[in-house]
Design a protein around this ligand. Structure first.
Ligand SMILES: *Cc1c(COP(=O)(O)O)cnc(C)c1O
Length: 380
């Protein structure tokens, strides 16, 4: 009885880690063999698992974070001080921060409404305008936001036409696909994240996905302090300490065994919210366009007004439920306010009206019903 009562008000998280139990066997093995460090079988195993899962002949290097993966991708694309890099404005700051680590300048581009990702027309307009001004952008950072694939065909055609490479930020979209090809394979380089709130987690971690073996070797070289072969500590270029640990990769291997199941569970959360809330006229959902398959990392709903969204956000918080406004666009962030931006109003509008609901693969039906009941009550 007491147990049931306390459950009524337990915290419901937005997206919390969900261990399956399989993780422990890989960690135990690492302890048993004292393979705590350096790189070891779990790192190779985790990379193999990811390569097999993503298909499309990609090569994966496991790194400390998704942010580190973006940083290295930009280094390998030769982004330097004073260069410009185009970036979707509707994202989390980690997509953009590495641009400024390199002394380069982000140029923000707004989204389209169908996927919330970078708008093809506005992207092409931006490239033409930057070229006219006299600076050709060095790269385009595109996001698969909340797990929804970006408009790959249109965006990749523009990348090809102007010969500007794509860094695909797939931190939120492991398990998503676009016409049956997995997200994380569409950029010239793509990144993944295994941070604590993502669909699978290594507690903290990331990966850089590339198209060939030579590039993967180069990534690993840069990620291990750019040490030249041989016993001497010899360096000819700046290196980084960005490699994933063998213990954390063990967690990743266990998580890979349940990834498809977690995608299904998150998609079921979305379907349940849709079924229960779609009768409310003031709420709308983000549908998958034909051929788009989202892992539904987070279910986001859009309210008719900013006030409704803020009321519900506050009400959920009072009930010990963690919901969040959708990402605040980068062009509105004080830290990025002086950089060029090309806007169409979409990201500003979504920022005011969209709400991310608890979406973990470990949510129970009781928890989902608790959330849904509160939202329904507001509109009664
Ligand atoms: C989580 C996230 C990242 C960063 O990943 P870390 O592993 O936390 O560094 C980058 N981009 C987006 C869109 C993210 O959601």
């Amino acid at each position: 009885m007491a147990k049931n009562v306390s459950k009524l008000n337990t915290k419901i998280w937005l997206s919390s880690p969900h261990m399956s139990g399989h993780e422990k066997k890989f960690i135990k093995e690492a302890f048993k063999t004292n393979w705590i460090a350096p790189l070891g079988p779990n790192v190779n195993g985790f990379e193999n698992d990811l390569e097999n899962y993503l298909g499309n002949k990609v090569h994966v290097a496991a790194l400390t974070t998704g942010t580190a993966a973006i940083h290295l991708a930009l280094v390998l694309l030769n982004v330097k001080q004073g260069d410009e890099v185009i970036c979707q404005t509707k994202t989390f700051a980690a997509s953009v921060n590495p641009v400024t680590y390199l002394g380069a300048k982000p140029v923000f581009v707004d989204s389209e409404r169908e996927t919330w990702n970078i708008c093809p027309e506005l992207l092409e307009h931006t490239i033409k305008d930057r070229i006219k001004i006299g600076v050709k952008p060095k790269a385009i950072i595109v996001i698969n936001l909340y797990g929804m694939p970006y408009k790959v065909k249109e965006i990749n055609a523009i990348s090809k036409k102007y010969n500007i490479p794509i860094v695909e930020d797939s931190a939120e979209a492991l398990g998503s696909s676009y016409f049956d090809q997995k997200c994380g394979t569409f950029g010239d380089m793509s990144i993944l994240s295994f941070n604590g709130n993502k669909i699978i987690t290594t507690s903290g971690g990331g990966a850089l996905v590339s198209k060939n073996k030579e590039l993967k070797s180069k990534i690993i070289y840069l990620a291990t302090q750019a040490k030249e072969p041989g016993l001497e500590y010899s360096h000819v270029t700046t290196g980084y300490n960005y490699r994933m640990s063998n213990i954390l990769a063990g967690i990743g291997r266990g998580q890979m065994e349940v990834l498809d199941n977690y995608v299904e569970l998150r998609r079921n959360n979305f379907k349940y919210y849709l079924k229960q809330l779609s009768a409310i006229n003031e709420i709308s959902f983000l549908n998958e366009p034909e051929g788009f398959y989202s892992n539904r990392w987070l279910t986001c709903i859009i309210f008719q007004t900013n006030k409704m969204r803020d009321d519900i956000l506050k009400m959920l918080e009072l009930n010990n439920i963690e919901a969040r406004p959708s990402w605040k666009p980068m062009h509105l962030q004080p830290v990025f306010k002086n950089y060029p931006k090309y806007l169409n109003g979409v990201s500003d509008d979504l920022y005011k009206k969209a709400l991310c609901l608890p979406s973990g693969s470990n949510l129970t039906k009781i928890e989902l019903d608790r959330i849904i009941k509160l939202i329904k009550q507001y509109f009664e």
